[in-house]
Ligand binder design. Structure first.
Ligand code: 6R9
Length: 659
């Protein structure tokens, strides 16, 4: 991300908050923010306890806020009981919110449907009753592999209602990735769709489930429940496969929500780490929901009249926190979209904001960057051609937003009257951590600004010591917070090692490098581990390497990231084949084969953009691959450092050649 680092370091524009937002915001003014920060610092237990009592509906009140006795396995509200689905749906039933639209859903081809809170509650109950009738109960794990749809939210909420722990797998992942997750999580139930529709094309989903289950290790799966999206032709295993509408048919539209311990796992979501195997990040019912709801109220300044639209997929954490749970708990009307921002044209997002009078819009820098380019190329679909007056807040998440993209978003989409909220957080943090607040924070393009109240974010060196303003270091969170990761499913050692390394004094290690300026503002510099960020999606370099070496033709592979104007980072793979070095068309054909292979092993998002063949990789005499050098070569730059420690310096020239 070096281009981002260079541009943020010269950034000195400041945009004060808009007076009307300061006046009316849920956190109104810098003093109100500072008062909350002080309250949290002086007595964290009292602070979080108060918020949990005020914001959630408890079946059994908690008596203890935080239990640190098993740190870093923290327990929050550990003797309290609640149900997440009841907190998202039932709580609104006897209020005016009941008959308000909960989800306005727009399909790829532009058909709009909507459900009110009352209707959504009924649909969740019917489906929950259906899976209960099949014998599923609290504690079991369900894999959800579905397209963006109201049904996906119904599936997640129904699981939450019964205490079934869901693990959503992004529809872009391959059957192989799906199978690994089914096995790791020990799923007994899979919920999927026949096909998904994106950009005018139908893409099969159910066949990937069939392949995954046939590959073995998934014998615990008793049923595959299929949402009929297109009616496309799919295989059917009598006895195992059931239609979602049949499961819900004739079921009562009331289903008692199961009171669950606040620490009962709500979901497991896989994300990439620095080894080949993705980590199953486990979140707990009480803490996760509290943090999701609070950040919807604080960061997005949730108001009854809002129309909220988060463009993320439910397969990522952003879609969990800011589609499936947070906005519903807050009683908001939200827009949900099946398709892609470029279909039927590159004005799709702007047209939808106009059509649904969206007030709070939340998307990713990669989308902003590609739509900037698209708007230049096709001025008819430039945001200025649309009525975006309904917008009051616009947000960004997933990767650093460079000041250029920030300014375009601010000017062309926000029309210089909406704050751009650059929200920093992770799958592991549950919800926003460092972010501007609309009624509080002066904005600096490229900075995620200040931590939320209760979040002890800091920048430290290798020994956990604070670094001075302006110095780079590791981003850590010094105190636990309710929405934090509880465990890596099935791997307690990795949990401790990845997030609470002994040398860091028990701080939570985020894995990002960052620095803080003299105003205390945070500037995120990107990952410090072997994790890439491609279009806002986390991808482990080792994950891609293991996929490559699994190909019979590949002897060895090393994967690095290269800065990319649109996707933030791009995957570059250096590959040694089991045969002579290919050239010309043959090299191109093999490179294509390997790209397709990676798409099949992991998913299309992991496809290397650039593949370089060599007879070897640059290694030290002890055999360690010098990735630092590969990163330079990947950027097309000349290696100027001393390479005398290399076993085979000449290899660098060979690897500089693109296929
Ligand atoms: C929510 C989400 C987390 C990683 C994180 C960081 C990067 C996310 C960012 C950001 C700079 C922001 N990241 N938001 N970097 N500025 N506003 O994206 O979760 O998929 O787990 O990714 O994304 O590197 O560590 P996840």
């Amino acid at each position: 991300m070096s281009s981002t680092i260079e541009s943020v370091l010269v950034e000195n524009r400041v945009f004060p908050p808009f007076p009307d937002l300061v006046k009316n915001a849920n956190i109104s003014g810098m003093e109100a923010y500072q008062a909350l920060c002080r309250e949290a610092e002086q007595s964290p237990d009292a602070f979080w306890g108060r918020l949990a009592r005020e914001n959630l509906v408890w079946d059994k009140p908690f008596s203890k806020v935080l239990d640190e006795s098993q740190a870093p396995s923290y327990r929050w509200f550990g003797d309290g009981e609640l149900n997440v689905s009841a907190n998202c749906l039932d709580r609104h039933l006897n209020t005016p919110t009941a008959d308000k639209a909960a989800i306005i859903f727009e399909t790829d081809d532009g058909k709009v449907s909507q459900v009110t809170y009352r209707q959504l509650h009924a649909r969740v109950c019917e489906f929950a009753n259906g899976i209960k009738a099949l014998g599923y109960q609290a504690g079991e794990r369900a894999i959800i592999y579905m397209p963006m749809s109201i049904e996906a939210v119904v599936a997640m909420q129904a699981c939450a209602r019964l205490g079934i722990i869901h693990s959503v797998v992004f529809g872009g992942f391959s059957s192989r990735s799906l199978q690994e997750r089914i096995v790791d999580v020990g799923a007994t139930l899979v919920i999927t769709a026949d096909e998904q529709v994106r950009g005018g094309k139908s893409i099969p989903l159910k066949p990937a489930v069939d392949d995954a289950l046939a590959a073995g290790g998934c014998e615990a799966v008793k049923h595959v429940i299929v949402y009929k999206r297109t009616g496309g032709k799919i295989g059917w295993h009598e006895g195992r496969d059931l239609w979602m509408h049949d499961v819900a048919a004739n079921q009562p539209s009331v289903c008692a929500a199961v009171p669950l311990n606040a620490e009962h796992p709500l979901f497991i979501l896989y994300t990439s780490g620095s080894t080949g195997k993705p980590k199953g990040v486990q979140h707990a019912c009480g803490g996760f929901l509290l943090w999701a709801l609070l950040t919807v109220k604080w960061t997005f300044d949730a108001k009854d009249a809002d129309v909220f639209w988060c463009t993320a997929d439910v397969g990522w954490v952003t879609g969990h926190t800011y589609i499936a749970y947070g906005p519903l708990a807050a009683g908001l009307t939200q827009v949900m979209f099946e398709g892609v921002p470029t279909y039927p044209n590159v004005g799709r997002f702007w047209e939808m904001i106009q059509r649904h009078k969206v007030t709070v819009f939340y998307t990713a820098p990669t989308a902003i960057r590609s739509l900037t380019k698209a708007a230049d190329a096709e001025p008819a679909y430039h945001p200025r051609e649309y009525d975006l007056d309904s917008l009051r807040i616009i947000g960004s998440v997933g990767e650093p937003i460079n000041p250029e993209a920030w300014m375009w978003y601010y000017t062309e989409v926000g029309r210089e009257r909406c704050p751009v909220l650059d929200t920093w957080w992770q799958t592991e943090t549950g919800a926003h951590m460092i972010t501007p607040l609309p009624g509080v924070t002066p904005l600096k393009p490229g900075s995620c600004t200040l931590p939320l109240p209760g979040i002890a974010a800091a920048i430290v060196d290798e020994a956990g010591g604070d670094v001075e303003a302006g110095q780079g270091g590791f981003l850590v969170i010094k105190r636990p917070w309710p929405g934090m990761i509880r465990a890596i499913w099935g791997d307690p050692e990795r949990f401790k090692k990845s997030y609470f390394p002994p040398e860091l004094k028990g701080y939570y290690l985020a894995g990002d490098g960052a620095q803080r300026d003299r105003d205390g503002y945070f500037w995120i510099m990107g990952r410090v581990d072997d994790v890439l960020n491609v279009s806002g999606h986390r991808l482990g370099t080792m994950e891609v390497e293991s996929a490559l070496v699994a190909h019979p033709m590949v002897a060895e592979a090393a994967v690095v990231g290269r800065p990319d104007d649109t996707t933030g980072e791009a995957v570059v793979a250096f590959v040694v084949l089991n045969r002579s070095l290919p050239e010309g068309e043959e090299a191109a054909a093999i490179a294509k084969q390997l790209r397709d292979w990676v798409a099949k092993e992991i998913g299309p998002i992991a496809k290397p953009k650039d593949i370089r063949f060599g007879e070897n990789l640059p290694k030290t005499r002890s055999g360690k691959i010098m990735r630092r050098l590969l990163r330079i070569v990947a950027k097309g730059e000349k290696v100027t450092q001393d390479v005398s420690t290399l076993e085979n310096p000449a290899i660098l020239d060979q690897l500089s050649q693109s296929v």
